[in-house]
Design a protein around this ligand. Structure first.
Ligand SMILES: Cc1cc2nc3c(=O)[nH]c(=O)nc-3n(C[C@H](O)[C@H](O)[C@H](O)COP(=O)(O)O)c2cc1C
Length: 178
């Protein structure tokens, strides 16, 4: 057996290929740079952390140019993208483009951008950041949250986008002859 104290080395491509088999939701993390300049990025690493206290988190590559904006603002909103928002995901994850072109949004009580048409959002202040390998774990304390629509979520799996299908809904549809 390998010495457990010796770190294994994996090719980045292999890590991505295997870890891409774990499906994720797609979340636009947004904040404000100035009073009228929004910023945002897409993460697949958003997750709930704790109910008491109410905490959520996401992981950001240390090379991210959006991370310092989020940390400066000390707050963010996590917007769960809907299955009809693949275009928004592509735009919000692309560098060198105005990520908010054609995007309509409202400001939350904590002045974070809440994007129109998302499934749900969670408005946070930053509780803590932890350096982990080549990423930072950003932990947010929930200040407000809501389900914004009954739309289905956008999913990411094996490098591609997909829609969520509920077996219960399929069963209901077949029962009703839809
Ligand atoms: C579906 C999807 C999930 C992503 N998840 C993450 C993530 O969890 N963490 C991260 O740092 N980047 C993630 N990215 C990449 C970032 O969205 C993007 O590369 C980054 O925003 C680059 O620009 P920046 O300099 O503004 O950070 C993801 C991209 C996509 C399309």
């Amino acid at each position: 057996m390998d010495d457990p104290n010796t770190a294994q080395v994996f090719e980045a491509r292999y890590l991505r290929d295997v870890l891409g088999n774990f499906p994720t939701g797609v979340v636009a993390v947004t904040t404000m740079v100035t009073d009228d300049e929004p910023a945002g990025m897409v993460v697949g690493s958003f997750t709930s952390v704790s109910l008491d206290p109410p905490l959520v988190s996401f992981l950001v590559d240390r090379s991210s140019t959006t991370l310092p904006k989020i940390l400066d603002a000390d707050r963010f909103c996590a917007n769960a993208l809907a299955s009809d928002q693949e275009w928004l995901c592509r735009q919000m994850s692309k560098r060198g483009t105005d990520r908010f072109t054609g995007v309509t949004w409202q400001q939350s009580e904590y002045r974070n951008p809440i994007l129109d048409g998302v499934v749900a959002w969670v408005d946070c202040t930053i509780e803590k950041t932890v350096e982990l390998g080549d990423h930072f774990l950003v932990v947010g304390r929930i200040q407000d949250l809501t389900v914004a629509s009954v739309k289905r979520p956008l999913l990411f799996f094996r490098g591609g986008y997909g829609d969520y299908t509920s077996t219960a809904q399929l069963l209901l549809d077949s029962h009703l002859g839809r």
